[in-house]
Design a protein around this ligand. Structure first.
Ligand code: F6R
Length: 356
């Protein structure tokens, strides 16, 4: 067998996944429930109106900001920006709501951006599993949503994303999300049954996709306003869980550049496995673009697969389509004989930076 494990042998998967990434993934619906409860308890002592929201964080702690940004496009009347750096944009002021998000609470860029938010007089809410960021929030009397620690940040998306939806709703910046949240949890539980290690490869889209990606270069294309963040997340999860290269882009933008880059070099293009992340709320012209794009370049790459999320609202569909990618990346890691959990290179880099 060319693969390191048989994806249908649960015992083998357990052995190859000592830090239990697959168990962490299985807990997503529960995590979402718990996150909503935790966020509901926070005391938001803000007065005045907000003209913009900025989410500051990195990696697994920033992606929730991008999910919020996509939701904002559909449901909010203030813009959401995601900041992945040491300082915040100069428009941030006392009319800004800043979410400082770091699962470890020790990411230097986020700690620095938190200080910048304070200096700019923004209203801050901290979401963290502990560390220096929790300490600072306590010292400064900043609203703090403390989430359970012990996971990899990228496996804590429910904890790191949903509290922002609850706070935004509490402040009247987003319509009551109760129904959407119930639909989300139901949809996650439903799709999880098909993604779990217990479900054999024939019925399990994540196991099938992992095999498609094996020894290939996954390229994930989503659509602006629907699956764009999911596409970014698939790429990141393949990088961090499978330790393999992956790339993403979005339509319609990629129809104006990346599509042209499919002529040479042939030996690399034949390794490219394209995935289109689709949504029935994609703009009708974007839906057409997906079709025509496949027609034009489908035979220049190894293959093209369409993946759709599930659920009655955009929140559910973007999170379920993301969930398929999360499981796919973990199975891909196991096929390669890679432990999905540790991210040694991120830790090494953070340690080297801490020395200087
Ligand atoms: C590791 C991961 C990383 C971290 C990032 C920031 O699982 O997902 O992308 O999220 O290095 O660290 P935190 O989340 O602790 O602020």
């Amino acid at each position: 067998m060319k693969y390191s494990v048989d994806l249908d042998r649960e015992e083998d998967l357990k052995k190859a996944d000592p830090e239990k990434m697959l168990d962490a993934l299985a807990g997503l619906a529960d995590q979402c429930r718990r996150a909503v409860e935790l966020a509901g308890k926070v005391d938001l002592d803000f007065t005045g109106t907000f003209h913009n929201i900025v989410v500051t964080g990195l990696g697994g702690s920033a992606i929730g900001g991008d999910f919020l940004r996509v939701l904002a496009g559909e449901k909010m009347n203030v813009p959401v920006a995601v900041n992945r750096s040491y300082t915040l944009p100069c428009y941030v002021n006392k009319e800004s709501l800043v979410f400082a998000v770091s699962y470890s609470g020790n990411t230097e860029e986020t700690l620095s951006a938190y200080e910048d938010a304070k200096m700019k007089g923004a209203a801050i809410t901290v979401i963290t599993g502990g560390g220096k960021l929790a300490e600072k929030a306590r010292q400064d009397g900043v609203p703090l949503i403390s989430v359970p620690s012990g996971l990899q940040p990228r496996a804590a998306t429910g904890y790191l994303f949903l509290p922002m939806v609850i706070v935004a709703a509490e402040l009247g910046l987003i319509p009551d999300p109760k129904e959407d949240l119930a639909d989300l949890i139901r949809s996650l539980e439903e799709i999880q049954k098909r993604l779990t290690p217990k479900t054999g490869e024939k019925e399990n889209p994540a196991k099938q996709l992992a095999k498609l990606f094996y020894e290939k270069i996954p390229v994930i294309w989503g659509a602006s306003g629907t699956t764009e963040t999911a596409a970014m997340r698939w790429k990141g999860q393949i990088n961090e869980n499978s330790k393999a290269p992956a790339y993403f882009n979005v339509l319609p933008e990629l129809n104006h550049n990346e599509i042209v880059g499919t002529e040479v070099p042939g030996d690399i293009l034949e390794k490219v496995e394209l995935v289109f992340l689709r949504d029935w709320e994609d703009h009708p012209r974007v839906a057409k673009r997906f079709e025509i794009t496949k027609e034009i370049i489908g035979d220049r790459v190894s293959g093209v697969t369409e993946v759709w999320g599930e659920g009655n609202c955009l929140l559910s569909r973007m999170m379920t389509v993301t969930y398929i990618g999360d499981y796919t990346s973990a199975y891909l890691a196991l096929l390669y004989g890679i432990d999905p959990s540790p991210v040694k290179l991120i830790t090494l880099l953070k340690n080297k930076l801490a020395e200087v």
